[in-house]
Design a protein around this ligand. Structure first.
Ligand SMILES: Cc1ncc(COP(=O)(O)O)c(C=O)c1O
Length: 287
């Protein structure tokens, strides 16, 4: 039985109930985080909490749940759920109002909800132990505030379905100028020669914690040139390697895009080295 946390109480996930008048339900008016943990150790905790705070600030939700309290809730949830390999899903919405109106209510009481779910044991860069991603591409049709980790994810959901409907597992997104932004639920890295690149952060991408950690780890420990730079559609299709990054995937290789092989159609050596380094250093500075 999964134990969840809802508005101050630990309860069975199946007993967790919220009002249909919650603004998270009515408007997608909330912020979320997904934080991985292995054997009870949270990965990238302070980066996740910093992004949560920045998202709440961006959309004007004030909450009394501070960093120390949230950390205690997470630790408690991990212990209550067996402290294996668990992702924590946390969502804070603007709360319940009895009239449906777009404008913020005067004195909202935010709703806070968290639960855990099992995630796979992460592995070093071994091609035989990882998903070989086949992805599609689409024009990025989401809104202008993709840097906010908002629960309003319909744009991302529809883009994920662009990929799924064409037999792929993810979708790489390109802006109106054909520059890579990110994927429906991941950031993207591109390798050409000995250079590892990812698009620079702006309003069109989520500042992925895994992206951030990978940049730090590769800059500190690898021999590769690491760049944040704009990447055209041609650069992506011409790459030797392309990877996805997210908290529950870490770095995973893409082997085909729109049916066209990436490099020789197998996970590349630079991905293998990068994920091996990530596996060695995921707890350095980031807990
Ligand atoms: C749109 C999008 N971009 C990037 C990411 C990767 O972020 P993180 O590495 O913090 O999991 C996610 C993760 O859910 C996402 O939904």
């Amino acid at each position: 039985m999964t134990i969840a946390f809802l508005n101050g109480a630990f309860i069975a996930l199946e007993d967790a109930k919220i009002s249909p008048m919650d603004r998270g339900f009515l408007f997608g008016d909330g912020i979320y985080e997904v934080i991985p943990s292995y054997g009870g150790r949270l990965v990238g905790l302070h980066l996740h909490l910093a992004r949560l705070e920045s998202g709440l600030r961006d959309i004007g939700i004030e909450t009394s749940w501070g960093r120390a309290e949230l950390t205690n809730i997470f630790q408690d949830l991990l212990t209550r759920n067996g402290a294996g390999n668990l992702g924590i899903y946390l969502q804070i919405t603007r709360g319940v109002t009895m009239t449906r109106q777009h404008a913020f209510p005067a004195q909202p009481t935010p709703t806070i909800f968290a639960y855990t779910f099992e995630i796979p044991q992460p592995v070093p860069g071994d091609p035989s132990k990882v998903t070989h991603w086949q992805v599609a591409t689409a024009q990025d049709m989401r809104w202008q505030r993709c840097h906010i980790k908002s629960t309003s994810l319909l744009g991302n959901v529809l883009h994920m379905m662009d990929g799924v409907n064409s037999g792929a597992g993810e979708t790489l997104l390109f802006d109106d100028c054909d520059q890579l932004t990110e994927a429906a639920a991941c950031n993207v890295f591109v390798v050409k020669g000995e250079t590892v690149s990812t698009p620079p952060l702006d309003r069109h991408k989520l500042a992925g914690v895994t992206r951030d950690m990978a940049l730090v780890i590769l800059r500190e420990h690898s021999e590769f040139t690491v760049r944040e730079e704009h990447l055209s559609r041609d650069a992506v299709f011409d790459a030797d390697e392309v990877w996805l990054s997210s908290s529950t995937k870490e770095l995973e290789p893409i082997v085909s895009i729109d049916g066209q092989s990436v490099g020789n159609g197998a996970p590349g050596p630079i991905w293998s080295r990068a994920q091996t380094l990530f596996d060695e250093h995921r707890f350095d500075h980031f807990e």
